[in-house]
Design a protein around this ligand. Structure first.
Ligand code: ADP
Length: 421
């Protein structure tokens, strides 16, 4: 029976949360999309359901979150976690407030903390105000986000506009006094009829204390930072085993990197890998046809597959991306490359690739969907936020590392495979 059930509003945030829980010693599986009602639960300590609900219409986000909650309850989870971005990405219509309201109502718990702080990524909360580095949220660049512009740094006000409940604060002076004092403050706010407590947190030590204070609460909401303190509650209760939570089954076979991200970090990583690994750069401008590009790539890879990873990249610098977009339109250009990368991934798996790094969020989405992967068992991190995972549901055993474009150090593509040896 799983202990902790998590509902995340996007895919990479879900992976980040899952990695945090594994680091804390909880065996964790990430589900891609809401599970069907009859889908069996995995035998792990924590389950993270990755939705794509951050900017969906509020009604849809609420519906999907409630369906996930019902499934997680049936899986035995005794505590729920609603995961959103550490910059509290939402509009006055939601979805952080409406989703949390619905979860609180369904759980009948009446109350939840809200703590997006993530000091390791320079997101801190003080006097209920969210800072990104030195800047208030509203002066951090987030005020210009295309989908969720954050123009008010005061989380009590931000959340109040998204709920018919009331919002209180557990200030830093209280948090600094430790878990027991935080717990009393939370109990008092609940008694006063508050539905939410924004909780200040400036350091990881604050998050660990908050984590301890919310032991036993039916619902916790926040970024992956506040989840740091949750595994210890289950360990203290004797509910976690001794084994390495990040151990994955082996998947012997050939290795490959597929890159569809054009982010700066990925272009850099490709530059480093190109000197050491066989690398194919696709030219979608010359061949704007997914089937033909896929056939080219698979023919190129045919006699190169083995322990040394092959690298196949559609990634291109901004001028080449702009040129393809000008010719095909932005969406069609993206779809062409995603379709191609998904086809290549399927072809490589059919040819014996069992260890694959995919660079790019959308690219990863296209690849897992084509491979039929529904669940990822989360392993050890290669770089912060990017773990190796064992993919379940596909045709063959497969180790996958799905990298959001801008994540990972310079030699990520080499380091990833060295870690598997
Ligand atoms: P990131 O995580 O860096 O945002 P994504 O995979 O989410 O990466 O997004 C990159 C997008 O760019 C994808 O839709 C991909 O299909 C597209 N793309 C990749 N290579 C090219 C290219 N050469 N020209 C145009 N678009 C491209």
């Amino acid at each position: 029976m799983a202990l902790l059930g998590c509902i995340a509003d996007d895919f990479t945030g879900a992976t980040d949360l899952a990695s945090t829980l594994v680091r804390g010693g909880m065996r964790t599986v990430q589900l891609i999309g809401a599970p069907g009602p009859d889908e069996p639960a995995p035998d792990v300590d924590a389950i993270v359901v990755a939705l794509k609900s951050r900017t969906a219409p509020a009604r849809q986000a609420v519906g999907e979150s409630l369906a996930a909650l019902a499934w997680l309850q049936a899986a035995g989870c005794r505590q729920m976690f609603s995961k959103y971005c550490s910059t509290f990405d939402s509009t006055d219509e939601g979805n952080i407030g409406p989703v949390a309201d619905a979860l609180i109502a369904a759980l009948g718990c009446g109350f939840a903390v809200a703590c997006p702080a993530f000091p390791a990524n320079a997101r801190t909360v003080y006097q209920g105000h969210l800072f990104v580095g030195h800047a208030l949220l509203s002066e951090s660049g987030m005020q210009d986000h295309p989908l969720t512009p954050m123009r008010d740094p005061n989380l009590l006000r931000v959340l109040s506009r998204q709920t018919d409940g009331t919002v209180g604060l557990v200030p830093f002076v209280t948090v600094a006094r430790g878990a027991a004092v935080i717990r009393s403050a939370l109990a008092m706010l609940k008694e006063q009829g508050r539905r939410y407590a924004i909780v200040d947190a400036v350091t990881d030590a604050d998050l660990l204390a908050i984590g301890e204070a919310v032991d036993g609460q039916a619902l916790v909401t926040g970024g992956s930072g506040v989840a740091m303190g949750l595994p210890e509650n289950f360990r203290r209760a004797g509910l976690l085993g001794q084994e390495d939570a990040g151990a994955l089954p082996d998947a012997p076979g050939a290795a490959a990197v597929l890159a569809g991200s054009c982010s700066r970090a990925t272009l850099f990583q490709l530059g480093v890998a190109r000197d050491q690994l066989p690398t194919l750069e696709l030219d979608p401008m010359a061949t704007p046809d997914p089937a033909a590009l896929t056939a080219q790539a698979l023919a190129w890879a045919e006699n190169k597959l083995g322990d040394t990873p092959v690298v196949i990249a559609a990634s291109a610098p901004p001028d080449r991306v702009a040129a393809l977009q000008a010719r095909l339109g932005r969406d069609a250009a993206g779809a062409l490359v995603e379709e191609t990368m998904a086809g290549i991934a399927a072809g490589l798996v059919a040819r014996g690739v069992r260890r694959m790094v995919v660079a790019g969020g959308e690219t990863s989405g296209a690849v897992v969907s084509r491979l039929g992967v529904k669940r990822l068992r989360i392993g050890a991190e290669i770089d912060p936020g990017v773990p190796w995972t064992y993919a379940e549901g596909g045709a063959a055993p497969l180790l996958l590392a799905l990298k959001s474009g801008n994540f990972g150090g310079r030699d990520f593509f080499l380091q990833a495979f060295e870690q598997l040896v």
